[in-house]
Ligand binder design. Structure first.
Ligand code: HEC
Length: 111
């Protein structure tokens, strides 16, 4: 009986231990202090239309390598989209740090 109880408790603790490890999905919106990964963000959210080098132009996407927008304008375009068909990302990329790093990353695509 004593042995059975010990076994039960052990299994219970094992279950709890297993349950804490349930955050295996990538959380691009996390508000923790891990550094932003703009390359990954761009790959997830942007390159399908703009292309890895910014020049793909899929569904009318702007050529980011010749874009002349200021930081503020890039940020505004990412957050709110624009009238030429860029979609708003403010509900998808909610961490300001991620937006900031994406703005910098977009500028690296310029020649
Ligand atoms: C569904 C396709 C699509 C996706 C995904 C997309 N874009 Fe766009 N993007 C567009 C279109 C269409 C335009 C408008 C074309 C224009 O402004 O001439 C645009 C315009 C822009 C512009 C304005 C460029 C300029 O010089 O006017 C920026 C900056 C931009 N996108 C950045 C991004 C970033 C960063 C992401 C990812 C967070 C992203 N886009 C995701 C389609 C997309």
């Amino acid at each position: 009986m004593v042995l059975n109880n010990t076994l039960c408790i052990s299994l219970f603790l094992l279950l709890i231990a297993c349950n804490t490890d349930n955050q295996s999905t990538i959380d691009t919106n996390s508000k923790d202090n891990t550094p932003s990964n703009p390359k990954a963000l761009y790959a997830i959210h942007c390159d399908a239309c703009h292309g890895v080098d910014g020049k793909a132009g899929v569904s009318g996407a702007a050529n980011l390598s010749i874009s002349k927008l200021s930081d503020k304008e890039i940020e505004n375009t990412i957050l709110n989209g624009n009238e030429k068909g860029m979609m708003p990302f403010k509900d998808m990329i909610t961490n300001p740090k991620d937006i900031k790093s994406l703005v910098d990353y977009v500028k690296t695509l310029r020649k």
